[in-house]
Design a binder for this molecule. Structure first.
Ligand code: NDP
Length: 232
């Protein structure tokens, strides 16, 4: 059976790769982008998969934009089998240069927006639907900070995403909706940079394989791209 899949932040990086992967598998994909017009790569996919891909404008820093997007899904009478809250930002600021605005932006895009998006699309999710929150290894309190200097706001925002998503998993357990936190690993996107250890293709294949295996026993858990558990 083919699934309906929602992916946020679909214009580049992992979001674009998720969209392409699921389209190639024959699924229906709803993609969100904050660009007007959308970027060339997503436009190309729209042309290739006209009847399978729908792109909506969503600015994730705007609660009204998220809610307006969800309202537009109502008349479509669809069920979302997989929701991937992928969009994220990472701007380094070292101690001594920390700024309120930088923390607020990280929490807005990386922690609050995925939760508001989840809330808005829950009415379209059924038993065994999967909500996949793209987190990061740095969101673990056990992360080895090492020589890394300025990912504090990013790490804190992913840590907040982790705890909020774990709480959400308990709130939707009676509906049998699966809520999992997934770390892509260090990936060669604009965010990850060219020195990253994993290609976009490798990370996407690994994550989509893991997503396919997710069941209720994974709800409320923080896992690596390959499905192994990450300590909080
Ligand atoms: P990229 O920077 O390549 O892409 C980020 C995406 O998020 C873009 O599509 C961007 O849109 C979108 N986005 C950012 N802000 C907003 C906003 N306000 N509203 C709507 N969309 C927005 O990142 P990656 O693909 O690398 O990252 C994807 C996810 O994986 C993120 O959550 C990230 O934290 C996580 N991650 C990535 C790692 C890596 O090594 N790459 C490691 C660990 C986690 P636009 O193109 O318009 O800017």
């Amino acid at each position: 059976m083919k699934n309906s899949i929602l992916v946020t932040g679909a214009d580049r990086g992992l979001g674009l790769a998720f969209v392409e992967h699921y389209l190639q598998q024959g699924n229906n994909v709803i993609a969100t982008s904050r660009r007007q017009p959308i970027g060339d790569a997503l436009q190309n996919l729209q042309q290739l998969y006209q009847d399978k891909l729908t792109v909506y404008f969503v600015d994730l820093t705007d609660e009204l934009s998220i809610n307006h997007f969800a309202e537009q899904l109502a008349p479509l009478n669809i069920a979302l089998d997989i929701v991937i809250n992928n969009a994220g930002i990472s701007v380094e600021q070292s101690l001594g240069n920390w700024k309120t605005e930088n923390f607020i932006q990280h929490f807005m895009v990386n922690s609050i927006a995925p939760m508001l998006m989840a809330q808005a699309v829950l009415p379209y999710m059924n038993a065994n639907s999967k909500l996949v929150q793209i987190s990061s290894g740095v969101g673990s309190a056990q992360w080895n900070i090492g020589t890394e200097k300025g990912l504090d706001a990013y790490a804190a925002s992913k840590g907040a995403l982790n705890i909020l998503s774990r709480r959400l998993s308990a709130k939707v357990a009676d509906k049998n909706i699966i809520v999992s936190l997934l770390n892509p690993g260090w990936v060669q996107t604009d965010m990850g940079g060219s020195a990253a250890t994993t290609t976009i293709e490798q990370a996407t294949l690994q994550m989509t394989h893991t997503i396919a295996q997710l069941s209720l026993k994974h709800s409320g858990l923080f896992i690596e791209a390959d499905g192994t558990l990450i300590p909080w």
